[in-house]
Design a protein around this ligand. Structure first.
Ligand SMILES: Cc1ncc(COP(=O)(O)O)c(C=O)c1O
Length: 389
């Protein structure tokens, strides 16, 4: 095999003529930063998800931060999430001087295990320090939101929906179950704006505060002050806000991607089904469970058994197949380990899932023949490594 020319990357973005034209129009308009494209993106996104508010931001990390800030979370407070996630989910808690509390995951879905959440809340009952819960829809599979909301009662739930657009359970979209939902449009996500995020909520107070804080704590929408005739230049600063707004260049790309989202999702589902058909039930390769409507298939995370995961990744790379690992759990990362004194075994399900996980390529531009080659190479390499062990 020619290793260089035949490489199948872990991810390729699906961008075409429509995105190019939309971006070009913004470049030629003379208005690059937050303006009418961002406003329209918000309206269209809110109408898709079915929430009252959608705020376009420059990342999902910003959205997580803003939603916790709007809830008034600060030093001494605790926020529950899982260690099996990207660091954004927990770092935003630290931005506010509060502390993340980790609970373990369910071994099948890799999402927050409701029983672990229940135990953590029971432990907190006397102190009452837990001020929010952030379940993460890992790989795009929706958490058991009904159960989580029931367990949380009055405690606000912020959904980390960075992987989960556009999926729903029943009539409710992921991101619209809790107090707020946060989406990511980072380059590798199910839809992209290069970098970007969206905060959705039905809560007027949360929307108002997040809207204020996303642009320096300035007390009015000032993006029109240079464009509208007669618009006043004057503004006031009422809080020490952040710089989290989405520029129109990003929003223009995001709007096109939003229109293509259902087509992308259909293709991701087809690829997940094809992997399942080609790899099937294997002793050495455990595939994610078949899912219905409630999976966005942002990631296709398999678990290897009885073979060395890192060696497998190395060999797949040599065979021209890009893979990745989601996630190295936060409790074994230096910062969280040192600050909170965690041991690897403190979250055994997350640790085991991480040790055996490999994320395979899954994106709309991946062809059937590429999926076939990945499946074939995977089976062959697993068999070879098993024979060596
Ligand atoms: C689960 C999860 N949450 C949040 C984020 C942060 O997204 P962003 O890069 O848009 O800030 C990511 C990014 O990869 C993620 O995987």
């Amino acid at each position: 095999m020619n290793r260089n020319t035949d490489f199948i990357p872990f991810f390729r973005p699906s961008l075409g003529n429509e995105e190019e034209q939309a971006l070009l129009a913004v470049l030629r308009s003379g208005w690059l930063t937050t303006g009418s494209e961002a406003k329209n993106f918000e309206t269209e996104f809110a109408s898709c998800i079915g929430t009252k508010h959608a705020l376009a931001l420059n990342s999902a990390t910003a959205g997580l931060h803003l939603s916790l800030e709007a809830l008034g979370i600060g030093p001494g407070d605790k926020v529950i999430t899982t260690p099996y996630t990207f660091t954004s989910t927990a770092e935003v808690v630290r931005y506010l001087g509060a502390d993340p509390v980790f609970v373990d995951i369910d071994p099948d879905a890799l999402n927050m295990a409701p029983t672990s959440l229940e135990n953590a809340l029971e432990e907190d009952r006397k102190g009452g320090k837990v001020k929010a819960v952030i379940p993460v829809h890992i790989a795009g599979k929706l958490c058991d939101m009904e159960k989580i909301l029931e367990i949380c009662g009055e405690i606000p739930v912020i959904e980390d929906s960075a992987h989960a657009f556009p999926v729903k359970r029943g009539n409710t979209y992921g991101g619209a179950f809790g107090k707020a939902g946060i989406f990511s449009f980072y380059a590798t996500k199910t839809i992209t704006s290069g970098e970007g995020g969206m905060l959705v909520t039905n809560d007027d107070h949360l929307a108002k505060r997040a809207s204020l804080m996303r642009l320096h704590g300035i007390n009015r929408e000032i993006w029109d002050r240079y464009t509208k005739q007669g618009a006043s230049w004057e503004y006031d600063v009422v809080a020490p806000g952040f710089k989290y707004n989405m520029p129109d260049m990003a929003a223009a790309i995001g709007r096109v991607q939003l229109r293509r989202a259902e087509v992308f999702l259909k293709r991701r589902r087809e690829i997940a089904d094809l992997y399942r058909k080609l790899i099937g039930d294997q002793e050495l390769l455990i595939l994610p469970k078949k899912a219905g409507e409630d999976h966005a298939w942002h990631l296709f995370i398999i678990q290897v058994r009885g073979i060395d995961r890192n060696e497998m990744i190395r060999r797949l790379g040599e065979e021209g197949i890009g893979t990745s690992v989601h996630f190295k759990p936060l409790h074994i990362m230096t910062y969280y380990r040192k600050r909170y004194g965690y041991l690897p075994e403190d979250f055994p399900v997350s640790l085991a899932a991480y040790k055996h996980a490999i994320s395979l390529p899954i994106y709309p531009g991946l062809t059937d023949s590429e999926v076939e080659r990945i499946a074939e190479t995977l089976i062959k390499t697993a068999g070879y490594l098993k024979g060596k062990s």
